[in-house]
Design a protein around this ligand. Structure first.
Ligand SMILES: Nc1nc2c(c(=O)[nH]1)N[C@H]1C(S)=C(S)[C@@H](COP(=O)(O)O)O[C@H]1N2
Ligand SMILES: [Mo]
Length: 257
């Protein structure tokens, strides 16, 4: 989706439609039609039951795509331990960990001019971004931490994204753990690849050595142990074609907060 304003969809029209949608299913059909027309149908939409998800995603994109997640002060950082620390126990991960992650690579390919395989040192040599934001799990708990890393937009600039790109798909070293986001979220200034947390290296329990952090979406979109990114204009070829592993397990592809 490129520039929405150039397509003359007024905020008023969407709000009017949104209000009308509360009045009945036929109006929801109209709203879904608008979402379809403007390319705002999420990859996991599913018939009539998908309408709610389509409307959430479409209205977020039209009304709040440039908004920022709240940032906090140092004094608000949560005290560890947090709820959900996990470690991938595969042999491959353990070998990389034993080597101090010197051989960890983030490969980037797909609709890019210069596919790349980046080491942590290379990522750390790029301009860094620090933020104190909240990670929120869909189960209801949350914590605030300070993360440091490199904006995903910078890495995308390094590889040169083709203009027809629409999504970034990202994969963990953990099997079957992958997600995707649209370009609005991929280029968002708070979306970044983190390698540090609370003044230290990013702990393995929180996804070290490398994790995607995007505070405008729920915890599960913040994939840990990141090894691969691919840029695409179509999500059909990935997994079951629903955009990520989450919808395959019953969670929404778009988890905006
Ligand atoms: N690779 C990987 N990434 C993951 C998960 C996972 O199981 N594996 N869990 C997700 C979920 S559901 C949440 S809520 C957050 C938890 O992040 P935390 O460990 O920093 O609290 O990580 C997300 N990223
Ligand atoms: Mo979660």
């Amino acid at each position: 989706m490129s520039d929405l304003s150039s397509r003359k969809l007024s905020r008023r029209k969407l709000i009017t439609t949104g209000l009308a949608a509360t009045a009945g299913v036929s109006a929801m059909g109209v709203a879904a039609g608008i979402a379809q027309k403007y390319g705002l149908v999420p990859p996991d939409h599913g018939g009539i039951y998908g309408l709610g998800e389509t409307l959430t995603y479409a209205s977020q994109r039209l009304l709040t795509r440039h908004s920022l997640a709240r940032e906090f002060s140092r004094s608000q950082i949560s005290k560890p331990p947090f709820a959900n620390e996990i470690e991938p126990l595969t042999d491959k991960f353990k070998r990389l960990q034993a080597g101090g992650f010197a051989d960890w690579r983030l490969s980037v390919n797909g609709m890019v001019v210069r596919p790349a395989s980046l080491s942590l040192d290379q990522l750390k040599s790029y301009p860094s971004h620090t933020q104190i934001t909240m990670l929120q799990c869909e189960e209801g708990w949350s914590y605030i931490a300070e993360w440091v890393g490199v904006p995903l937009s910078h890495v995308l600039d390094v590889v040169g994204v083709l203009p027809q790109a629409r999504y970034v798909v990202y994969f963990s070293i953990e099997p079957d753990t992958w997600e995707s986001i649209d370009m609005a979220d991929a280029l968002h200034p708070q979306t970044f690849l983190t390698y540090g947390m609370n003044g230290d290296e990013l702990p393995v329990g929180h996804g070290g050595p490398l994790r995607l952090r995007l505070p405008r979406q729920l915890g599960y979109k913040n994939v840990k142990f990141l090894t691969h990114l691919t840029v695409t204009d179509n999500l059909k070829g990935f997994g079951k074609g629903l955009g990520s592993a989450s919808p395959e397990a019953g969670y929404a592809w778009y988890a905006g907060i």
